[in-house]
Design a protein around this ligand. Sequence first.
Ligand SMILES: [Zn+2]
Length: 285
Amino acid sequence: MTDPTPAAPRPAGFVPGADRSVAPAPADLALPVAGKRLLTAADGTALRVGDLPADTDWIPLGSLDGVPAWAAEPAGAQELPGRWRGWASLAAEVPEPLATLAGRALTVVTWRRTHRWCGACRAELVDVPGESARRCPGCDLYVPLRLSAAVLVAITRPGPAGRPDELLLVRHSYGPTGLWALVAGFVEGGETLEAAAHREVGEEVGLALDRLTYFGSQPWAMSGPGVLLTGFTATAADPAAEPVVDGRELAEARWFPLDGLPAELPPAYSISRWLIDATATGARR
Ligand SMILES: [Zn+2]
């Protein structure tokens, strides 16, 4: 039994939603999007619906600490006052729930722009009320906002006798090549997260895994809209095995002692870094 309350508490944090039944209010949060960039106030805080032109076509995103949030692709976006920047720059600066909300704004706006027509019969799709989904009025095809899942694995092995455990880090051949990162890859259709983790590690560094354990997940707007990163920890099945890179996707893979990790690690707002930090901290306990 719970005590009756006069009003439902306002949900804390970010809650996704797609409710268009209530019109945006001037004090609601506003996340204008242009291409891959988002607009905030000059001081980096989120804009409000009232800051933008009254004829803006708002797209529901859900709520942040109970305040409804809306995205838009405003006309004449470049003339709007404020600060345009990519998701990575924003996520590095703003508190986590707002970074997640900004990622959803990019995801929803991009999805709507790239899912206008039915892929089966070419009719124009219509919104499904209350859902992040569209439906074809011609053939009834249901088109939900789909996520691309990716896996990341923090692989450890026992260090030499009397030394701390070691963590496997890799350098990619493209993208931020100076960064020491975790083995990662996209999940294939028909594959479980766990199977993808084993397959990617096998393909990228030629290692077999033991004790694969789920760590957590993070929506990630940097590698494209709708990417969901899932993190795992694991140990190398053969502690003596050395990684072998293909030289195409990966340039280098190396074991690092947990008390001697390189400085060039993924950013603090990434699940990659949370995994690395948790692995390093756990080993010191
Ligand atoms: Zn159709």
